[in-house]
Write a new protein. Structure first.
Length: 255
């Protein structure tokens, strides 16, 4: 029986095979996702539901076409308004905490452009990328706001603080091969085969007892979870202040 939450989210396609491998595909109308404020709300609930469903034995996170390369900034409203940012702040912390609370192996399968919310993928135990995949961070410093939503925490955890800082202050597309040399990507595969390779890994993991799989994920993600709890609420507060300053600057320029 298909759980009711599988069809609840507009830009997530959820499907699970007989072995309990859940494929989570981010999309908009069947094509690459254009992330918006509704997704910011719905992903909070989606990752919570995924984490609490014990019929999910392995989770694979991917996108359709691109991992994620577009965002609808206007849908978030006036992010310089403290009331609007309060919602962004709450959901932003809850999304990451809910991903961290997925207590089974999580595999990220990256194809195309991963230029927005790569922090979701960096919570994975294993990251697979197609050869032409690229990583970037378009919404933050390049757009005039602090990269405080967990993007620095996850990149510094995987690649080191120095690399993360330079990457986020001067965001440029990072190839899958370079991301692998940084220790962020674990496997570089032929384009279009990332999900298939993820399924091969999932089949390998499924040979072990369920408690072993679950407890390994819990153990591996704990240090990152602790950093998320310590850092992201503060980081999002700083990001909100910078969003307010950006809005004021834009309004002053229109006078």
């Amino acid at each position: 029986m298909t759980p009711s939450y599988f069809t609840r989210f507009a830009h997530l396609r959820l499907s699970r095979d007989a072995q309990g491998v859940l494929l989570v595909e981010m999309h908009s109308d069947g094509g690459p996702i254009r992330f918006d404020a509704r997704d910011h709300t719905e992903f909070t609930d989606a990752f919570y539901e995924i984490g609490r469903d014990r019929d999910n034995k392995i989770v694979i996170l991917t996108g359709v076409g691109d991992y994620m390369a577009e965002i609808d900034f206007a849908s978030f409203g006036n992010v310089g308004d403290a009331n609007a940012w309060s919602r962004v702040h709450d959901e932003g912390t809850q999304i990451l905490e809910n991903i961290a609370n997925i207590r089974v192996p999580l595999i990220a399968a990256i194809e195309g452009r991963a230029h927005i919310h790569t922090e979701y993928a960096l919570f994975a135990d294993v990251i697979i990328a197609g050869r032409s995949a690229t990583f970037n961070d378009l919404p933050h410093f390049a757009g005039g706001i602090v990269p405080g939503d967990g993007i620095f925490t996850t990149w510094s955890y995987r690649a080191g603080a120095g690399r993360a800082q330079a990457f986020l202050l001067n965001p440029q597309p990072l190839s899958a091969q370079e991301a692998a040399s940084w220790g962020v990507v674990n496997h570089v595969v032929d384009d279009g085969t990332a999900v298939a390779f993820a399924r091969e890994l999932a089949a390998l993991y499924l040979r072990q007892p369920e408690v072993t799989r679950r407890n390994s994920r819990i153990h591996f993600v704990q240090p990152l979870k602790e950093r998320i709890v310590r850092e992201v609420g503060y980081g999002l507060a700083l990001e909100g202040a910078s969003a307010n300053a950006l809005v004021q600057q834009m309004m002053a320029g229109q006078r």
